[in-house]
Design a binder for this molecule. Structure first.
Ligand SMILES: Cc1cc2nc3c(=O)[nH]c(=O)nc-3n(C[C@H](O)[C@H](O)[C@H](O)COP(=O)(O)OP(=O)(O)OC[C@H]3O[C@@H](n4cnc5c(N)ncnc54)[C@H](O)[C@@H]3O)c2cc1C
Length: 557
């Protein structure tokens, strides 16, 4: 064997979701583990994220009497993901392993003291499909007092929600004006913040709570974490991956791995050259993935023979980026904007082209597909005054007629007394936009969107305004002045990468296994194929395949 500077049973590249889960499982099995992270912060995009995991048939659903089963989950995944020759990440055997191991993984984490729960109501993104769950299969970590990490606190990547509120609460707070439940949540949130200040606690939420809890459990279990350690190469001896070369403080260091290496190094959201090659029309300027998401480990695995697939896919997240926010690390996503009443999305010719209340992934797939035939990047959200009076816009959750003057001055927010005048400002044919709006208003009057069935699903209505009469997602665009903002196909990460089997082992083009090499998360071709089953369909798989890796390593050792 080569000379190594340090040797462990197992080496993990990147500190994302699967990394934390794999390391904890391996430490539980008595193996030595090091996690090598390129940036100064631990937790990856996962820590920044909502931190929710889509895990069918989980213990919290059973506890709360929410119906589900392994079979029901398979039926749903078969319906929304399906069997396709060009999605080798989503083979039937991988889908089945995902479901069975996901259930076990949640039990394992709870047994390890990780405080998890379910989100009370977050419909699957195709809840209308066979096997779909209206209440949802989404698991989340409870708020975490990050002060418990002591000196490691400053090493945890912060979350996109700076408040001490759960994601579930945040989702309900948007109805503060209409809902007593939301008002109670606001009071609880206020009291919690005061209590935390008085008692010296600092609660973090969502992905930071999940990754923070996992970091704490791993530190207790003896996992070794190294930050600012960028892996450059895999070491391969006699066809087996036996370690990695990493750059530490300007020096190259060789880390030996007796039982194998897991790559959990994210995707290529910040690599414009890879985006141009695989996802033309998308931009590294429109991603909310953490800065370490630069794709070099996918390339390094490829260099060592790994097959890649599903590289065209990203977890789309529609964005409307006001002037001055172009360089923010987390740019404004507008998931609910055109799912709410009194709003539609049109292409640059003024035509509606999709159900605007679909999941963020299908929404951005829709924009990119439309753009192949009609200019649609950006597309334009068309809103009326009812919308402006009832709902917040982009950066503010609260309604207000006053918007930053710069938005108007820079032509980002357009305002006109008539639809025709608005069309003129947008360079569209006024008659076309008028016809689009009239047709949509006709659907609102009959309470059914005959073109795209918007508002038919529980998911659409959940994303809309549940206090709106008749249909939570359908309301006329009829009261001037009228407004528009541009919408681009942003993302929270890419969704293709190396092909792995049901043990999370990396495969070559011919289907053979690269011994000693495992991969998880968005470094891999997703088990979800080209679909997004429900909230947590990225963090969930990262965790589950990390767990599967550890079990395979322990069983083989
Ligand atoms: C605001 C926001 C909200 C989101 N909400 C959710 C959600 O609730 N649920 C969900 O499923 N998805 C969500 N997503 C998407 C999801 O967070 C990501 O797709 C997912 O976290 C990716 O996880 P991962 O484990 O693959 O990688 P990551 O968590 O990104 O971890 C990869 C790590 O590897 C490191 N790395 C990269 N290259 C190297 C190298 N050469 N050497 C060493 N280290 C390296 C990176 O710096 C990074 O820390 C959200 C994303 C954002 C931005």
């Amino acid at each position: 064997m080569s000379n190594f500077d340090e040797t462990f049973d197992f080496v993990i590249v990147g500190s994302g979701g699967g990394s934390m889960c794999c390391a904890l499982t391996l430490r539980n099995g008595g193996k030595s583990v090091v996690v090598l992270e390129k940036t100064p912060l631990l937790g990856g995009t996962t820590a920044r994220s909502g931190g929710v995991m889509w895990i069918p048939d989980n213990r919290f659903m059973k506890r709360d009497g929410v119906p589900d089963s392994q079979d029901q989950a398979h039926t749903y995944m078969d319906a929304v993901i399906g069997d396709h020759n060009d999605t080798p990440g989503a083979t039937r055997v991988r889908r089945q392993t995902y479901v069975s191991e996901g259930t076990r993984m949640v039990d394992f984490l709870v047994d390890q003291g990780i405080k998890l729960n379910r989100v009370s109501y977050w419909p699957d993104y195709n809840d209308e499909a066979p096997g779909g769950s209206e209440k949802g299969r989404t698991v989340i970590a409870e708020l975490f007092n990050v002060n418990e990490l002591g000196a490691w606190k400053s090493k945890l990547r912060p979350n996109f929600i700076p408040m001490m509120s759960t994601l579930d609460e945040m989702l309900k707070l948007r109805f503060l004006k209409q809902s007593w439940e939301a008002k109670r949540i606001a009071v609880r949130f206020g009291l919690r913040t005061i209590f935390a200040k008085l008692t010296g606690k600092h609660y973090v939420t969502a992905g930071a709570a999940l990754q923070g809890r996992m970091l704490q459990a791993n530190l207790k279990a003896g996992t070794d974490f190294r930050t600012e350690t960028a892996v450059k190469e895999l070491i391969v001896e006699n066809g087996r991956v036996t370690g990695v070369v990493a750059e530490v403080g300007g020096q190259l260091k060789r880390f030996g791995a007796r039982l194998g290496v897991l790559v959990n190094a994210g995707g290529f959201a910040h690599n414009q050259a890879m985006r141009d090659q695989y996802q033309p029309g998308t931009s590294a300027k429109w991603t909310n993935a953490a800065e370490g998401d630069t794709g070099e480990m996918i390339r390094e695995m490829q260099r060592n023979g790994a097959a890649i697939a599903q590289m065209e896919e990203m977890v789309g997240n529609q964005m409307s980026i006001p002037p001055g926010m172009e360089n923010e690390a987390v740019k404004p996503v507008v998931q609910g904007m055109t799912a709410a009443p009194h709003a539609i999305l049109v292409d640059q010719s003024g035509v509606r082209y999709m159900n605007e209340a679909g999941s963020y992934m299908t929404y951005c797939q829709g924009i990119l597909a439309r753009n192949k035939t009609v200019p649609a990047i950006p597309s334009h959200a068309i809103l009326d005054s009812q919308y402006i009076k009832k709902y917040g816009l982009i950066t503010s959750p609260f309604p207000s007629a006053r918007k930053p003057q710069e938005w108007y001055d820079k032509g980002f927010l357009k305002k006109a007394d008539t639809i025709e005048e608005l069309a003129g400002q947008l360079g569209m044919d006024p008659a076309t936009l008028r016809a689009t709006v009239d047709r949509f208003n006709g659907f609102v009057a009959k309470n059914h969107d005959d073109d795209f069935n918007r508002g038919d699903r529980a998911y659409d209505r959940w994303l809309g305004d549940r206090f709106h009469p008749k249909n939570a997602s359908l309301g006329s665009i009829s009261e001037g002045p009228f407004y528009s903002v541009p919408v681009v196909p942003g993302d929270v990460g890419t969704y293709g990468g190396v092909v792995t089997d049901e043990k999370a082992r990396v495969l070559r083009e011919d289907g053979s296994v690269i011994e000693g090499l495992y991969a998880t998360g968005v470094s891999t071709a997703s088990v979800m194929g080209r679909a997004y089953a429900g909230a947590g369909a990225s963090v969930g798989p990262s965790y589950v395949w990390g767990y599967v890796t550890a079990k395979h390593v322990l069983a083989s050792a």
